[in-house]
Design a protein around this ligand. Structure first.
Ligand code: G6P
Length: 613
């Protein structure tokens, strides 16, 4: 959940580390800190609060080293405070560590170290790490240059849980040692310098060449080179990977916030996700997966597992796959799936959706299905992310880096990709008539332009959002895919405006929630399926009668009805309509958040990548 950065080279580390932390703040932002090494001495500054505050503090200190590690925190153990901020040091200040993840057995390790005479200054799980390293360093009687590495490895052998760790030491002042387990970490290679980060965009403006670290690998990083080791410290070779994301794509590009920029990027991200996969009158190409007709025909169930927005994209995927492929699909929340003993066997395909590819529950749910014989397919936006390395097959959305905590362009890219996968499965199986598949393909090709059209006419929506921004409850209604979008619209509003909201399947309204409808309450309805139109309109009438203020998002003709606002979106196949109907909902939440003067990109209590349970 936290973000980590590191630098070793000729330049001063401090500005590079601060720059990286600012880009990583969306991973956690309750405290931050940096340590640098100079003349075999470690200097450390850390503070509760945002990176900008750390920067002010660091300005006043002598942090001139050209080797350094840094961290931005989202608290898990111990409240946000200066003592609990990273980096953490051992009692003798010989080792400084930043850590992303959770050490589950930290209290046993604390007891062990306390008995050996160590004491602790923080409430964190992390503080055991530098002290364990110190302990093992001085247990080791040999005196060679690998002593530091061995101590880190022996300490990590004692850790249960997840971690990405950077360590510097005054006893080996020419290197940074890093390792990871179930938590992301990349190394960016420069000329006579190396960068480290938990996330590619943070260092993308410095280099495009990356080493992607696997679990339990260790690296000694020097100014001019790096040495890789496996879990037994046997030397290994790793290939550099060129990541051709545009560094400016990770910046705001003149938009007021990342979220707004990402909303407006959707025509492009949908277009790039379609790429050359979809072809009119030809079979869909998904190079990355190879699932035969026999295999697909043998399936008795497909699971789609994810968290948050990605799970809501999965609900749209279910509708597509069930209807085009005639295979039952169950969508589940990863944190539920992993603990509910789901029925899985060789005839199960488990699809995992994760923008970051690092969500702890999604990864654990994937490991579970894999261990029980299912074939696993990951859908992710981040190349080389943990989930893609665990899965049997991976396929990428090409949404580019998503920085705002509230997911927008990743959702529309996920739904687009799920529709392409459903078509690919249907073509492979021969389960659906070609006419419908061709119609769907041509509707998918139109989506980017249709999103542009929605984005070009937003004034009425902005005005409606202004009217609503002081309210305490908002309801979202829809049926079928419109219900799936209602869930996502409601989540967006909660996340960034802090207004309580609920999404209901419109037919459920009478089974309870209608009791909450009173004059003035806002109800947002989505109406895009002509087959369900009449029924949904009746449901909206029921709330209008009770005095609700209504916003209706639709691509249908709605004559003779009086709603407070009707926002028209272009027509498309109902299977695909979520890609279009979600856009006004994203902006509705955005405008309300701005009207309330909230931090749109970094909403309170949330983090972009939930790498802990
Ligand atoms: C967090 C984010 C959400 C995201 C969810 C799943 O809660 O704030 O925006 O939908 O994690 O993330 P993933 O990276 O797995 O898609």
């Amino acid at each position: 959940m936290c973000g980590i950065v590191g630098y070793i080279g000729d330049k001063k580390a401090k500005p590079i580390l601060i720059n990286g932390l600012l880009k990583l703040e969306y991973r956690g932002y309750d405290s931050a800190g940096i340590s640098t090494l100079e003349n075999s001495e470690i200097s450390c500054v850390k503070n509760k609060g945002r990176v900008s505050e750390l920067n002010d503090l660091a300005e006043k200190q002598n942090l001139d080293g050209s080797i350094g590690i840094a961290h931005t925190r989202w608290a898990t153990h111990g409240k946000p405070s200066s003592e609990n901020s990273h980096p953490h040091m051992d009692n003798n200040k010989a080792f400084s560590v930043v850590h992303n993840g959770i050490i589950e057995n930290y209290s046993e390790l604390r007891d062990f170290l306390t008995k050996k005479g160590y004491h602790f200054l923080s409430q964190t799980d992390t503080e055991v790490i530098p002290n364990l390293i110190h302990y093992y360093y001085f247990q080791d009687t040999s005196d060679d240059s690998a002593k530091f590495l061995r101590a880190v490895k022996r300490a990590c052998d004692d850790l249960n849980g997840s971690y990405a760790i950077e360590v510097i030491s005054s006893l080996s002042p020419d290197r940074i040692i890093v390792t990871r387990k179930d938590s992301p970490l990349v190394i960016g290679k420069g000329k006579n310098e190396n960068y480290i980060s938990s996330d590619i965009p943070a260092i993308l403006s410095f280099t495009k060449d990356f080493y992607l670290l696997n679990d339990n690998e260790y690296v000694e990083i020097f100014k001019t080179g790096e040495k890789f080791y496996d879990r037994n410290l046997k030397s290994i070779k790793k290939d550099l990977k060129n990541i051709d994301w545009d560094a400016t794509a990770a910046e705001k590009d003149g938009f007021e916030d990342y979220m707004l920029k990402e909303i407006f990027e959707q025509p492009r991200s949908i277009r790039e996700t379609i790429g050359s996969r979809l072809r009119e009158n030809e079979k869909t190409v998904l190079d990355d997966i190879c699932l035969s007709k026999e295999y697909l025909a043998s399936l008795n169930k497909i699971y789609i597992i994810a968290c948050g927005t990605a799970m809501y994209a999965g609900l749209v995927g279910k509708c597509l796959i069930e209807n085009l492929c005639n295979i039952p699909v169950e969508v589940d929340i990863a944190s539920e799936f992993r603990y509910r003993n789901p029925i899985i066997d060789k005839k199960t395909l488990a699809i995992y959706i994760s923008q970051s590819g690092e969500t702890a529950d999604t990864i654990a749910a994937l490991k579970l299905a894999k261990s029980r014989g299912a074939t696993t397919l990951a859908i992710s936006n981040v190349i080389g992310s943990s989930i893609t390395r665990e899965a049997d097959y991976s396929i990428y959305t090409h949404a580019g880096p998503e920085i705002a905590v509230a997911s927008t362009k990743a959702y529309t890219a996920q739904v687009t990709l799920l529709s392409i996968i459903a078509i690919y499965f249907a073509e492979t199986l021969g389960s659906c008539n070609k006419g419908l598949l061709n119609e769907l393909k041509s509707d998918i090709f139109k989506l980017p332009e249709q999103v542009e059209e929605i984005l070009s006419n937003l004034n009425d929506l902005k005005a409606f959002a202004k009217e609503v921004h002081r309210e305490h409850d908002v309801f979202f209604l829809g049926r079928g895919n419109d219900y799936a979008v209602a869930l996502e619209g409601s989540l967006k509003l909660k996340e960034i405006s802090y207004i309580h909201s609920e999404a209901y399947a419109a037919g459920e309204l009478k089974h309870g929630p209608i009791a909450l409808i009173e004059p003035g309450i806002t109800v947002v309805s989505i109406l895009t399926n002509p087959l369900l139109l009449e029924k949904s309109i009746s449901n909206i009438q029921e709330v209008v009668t009770r005095g609700a203020k209504t916003l209706v998002i639709t691509n249908q003709e709605l004559k003779n009805y009086s709603f407070d606002m009707v926002l028209r979106i272009p027509k498309t196949n109902p299977y695909l309509s979520p890609v279009l109907s979600v856009i006004p909902l994203q902006l509705f939440a955005y405008y309300i958040s701005k009207e309330k003067k909230l931090d749109v990109d970094k909403p309170r209590n949330l983090a972009k990548s939930v790498t802990v349970e």
